[in-house]
Design a protein around this ligand. Sequence first.
Ligand SMILES: *[C@@H]1O[C@H](CO)[C@@H](O)[C@H](O)[C@H]1NC(C)=O
Ligand SMILES: *[C@@H]1O[C@H](CO)[C@@H](O)[C@H](O)[C@H]1NC(C)=O
Length: 252
Amino acid sequence: MEIQTLFFFFASVFCERVEGEVGTYHFVSQPMNWTDAQTHCRKYYTDLSHVNDQKDTEKILKAAAGQTSLKWNIAWIGLYRDPTNTTRWKWSGGGYVTYTNWAVGQPDNHFSQESKGMIYPNGQWNDGNENILFPFFCIKISVMNYEKKTWEEALEHCREEHSDLISIASETDRLLAQTEMQCYDLTEHVWIGLRFLADQWLWVDGKTMVYKAWPQGGDKDHQCPTWRRCGALTVEGLWGNYNCEEKQNEEV
Ligand SMILES: *[C@@H]1O[C@H](CO)[C@@H](O)[C@H](O)[C@H]1NC(C)=O
Ligand SMILES: *[C@@H]1O[C@H](CO)[C@@H](O)[C@H](O)[C@H]1NC(C)=O
């Protein structure tokens, strides 16, 4: 009788760079219009950058802070007006803008020509004309391919590299991570920084859990997991909870 593989190998982990020079956020000083900036980011990183919260704002500004020789006053980020509803904003990586940090009186859509978004060195946003050339911020989501690793080993490996297992803190994060998985042709789940501890799911980097992406219907084991207390991103782009020690249980 054929041996049934009940558990998958976890071949990959998502690491998020934490403060190293190869940050998750990258400042590109070469001024470009918004569309060219987007093309550049998609080619060399993952996408034009998005910002989920105040913590991300600090990280994005840090990415440019090392560039002492460069004075920047404004930089593009992945913000753009929803073409079907001009009062609504979306991120280049996918998903609607939930957290906002507009400067006072913005977005004002001056001359009805400001359909893209940029960031100031104080972290606040403004809308701008897409034809203007500005430096910009890209975001890189790193998927690392490894031999089988348990969740703990994956975390340890990321931390050795001065990074952390990634948090999927918004719809945009989720879509970008899924894009990155597809780039690598990954066909199995990927460990993320999701852990069930003290009766709740937490992000290991300390991020507050606001956004959730558990599958609708079906298996509800994640609501009260006995064994499967570590989180991964599934090929379908949703969260899944798995046995943290899965590596040892790949076959029965
Ligand atoms: C456009 O988006 C705004 C903000 O999300 C929303 O309040 C409004 O109802 C939307 N309008 C239409 C026509 O969908
Ligand atoms: C952006 O610049 C490129 C040239 O680098 C140009 O072909 C393109 O039309 C410009 N796009 C916008 C929206 O200004």
